[in-house]
Ligand binder design. Sequence first.
Ligand code: GDD
Ligand code: MN
Length: 383
Amino acid sequence: MKVVVIIPTYNEKGNIDRLIQILEEEIFSSIKNHEMYILVADDNSPDGTAEVVKKLMEKYKNIELNSGEKKGLGAAYVRAMTYAIETMQADVMFEFDADLSHDPKKIPAFLQKIDEGYDMVIGNRYSDGGSIPQNWPPARKAFSIVANLFVRIVFLRLTIHDWTGGFRALKKEVFLKEKNELEKYNGYIFQISFLHKVVRDGFRIGEVPFSFTDRTLGRSKIAPAGYIFDVLKFVIVTRIKEIIFGKFGKFLVVGGFGFIINAMTLRVLVEYIDWHPAPANLVGAAFAIFSNYNFNNIWTFRERRSRTLGMYLFRMIEFYASSSFGVVVIQTGTIFLGTALLGKEFYFIYFLIGTSFLLLWNFTMYNRVIWRKKSASQVQYCY
Ligand code: GDD
Ligand code: MN
């Protein structure tokens, strides 16, 4: 496969020469099963980084330079990855810092994982032997560890240890899939947002532990306060959106709508036609289940919706059957008992109590049975 190691640079004159020598002389020579290339993504560095790269290009034929306007690390990566795929025909790309913070000796281990079938491999500084610099001040260490733990917990993805790092290898398909969504993440937040989308889309992700070392030359371009703010904002906003617009949010909206249908039918039948609240609730619940089933089918679980009339009807019967115990015994039973013991006056209160019991029941069933089995039709049993 054709592998392009992308090195973003902004004022890395002092580092780029040393790094490229190491890659060419010590690392690439030991990799036999891939064609190795370097792409330097420089943003017209005022210190003349590009001039150094041009000299190296005379010596080594596998180096290219992609220059552009400075818009941030993420923007440089999006530009360079596009170039690597379109102009250099890259199959696999690396993200690699110019300042030697990333251990070049680990490159073969990343490629090994790609060969094993992983779509993206990320450098891990937080476990399995990976590390952050010993000489970092305690506050910086703590922030680095806590920030990554925070992302793992909020995203509920504990198996990925290093969300913010910039030592990665990925197949071109991964970038092409996510490219359109990455263009707004110009800065360092690119790293988390890219990985988040890759995880969301179910790509296979592997990890390689490594020891991150501090740069010895030049300065870091990260602005810590702004970066911390960006990380918190991205993680929290993304998660809230996922909950509201995700399955759980839809589930609540559908259930809420069903509840209103149930309550209105109940009231109309009792107040205007003088029905007994228990059978009136059964009719209301039957309408609500019909509404829930159809909205779940066309909206919440759209991608698994019933495609034939037979399947639609079969699943609807299943849905009614699975809802019947809760609706008949728990919800309507509460109304029946309440009105039998205390009279019909406060039937609506018994309805609310019965519905709360029903929710508890459904929630328990959802956790114990449906969540566990996770089959497509069972996930719909939510009333
Ligand atoms: N072209 C370009 N444009 N390159 C940039 C830019 C930019 O705007 N900003 C930074 N770079 C380059 C640097 O020249 C360096 O090669 C690499 O990106 C990393 O930048 P540093 O300034 O050394 O960042 P860092 O060491 O603080 O951050 C590293 O760790 C972070 C996580 O803790 C990087 O690996 C980040 O990607 C990572 O998020
Ligand atoms: Mn650095």
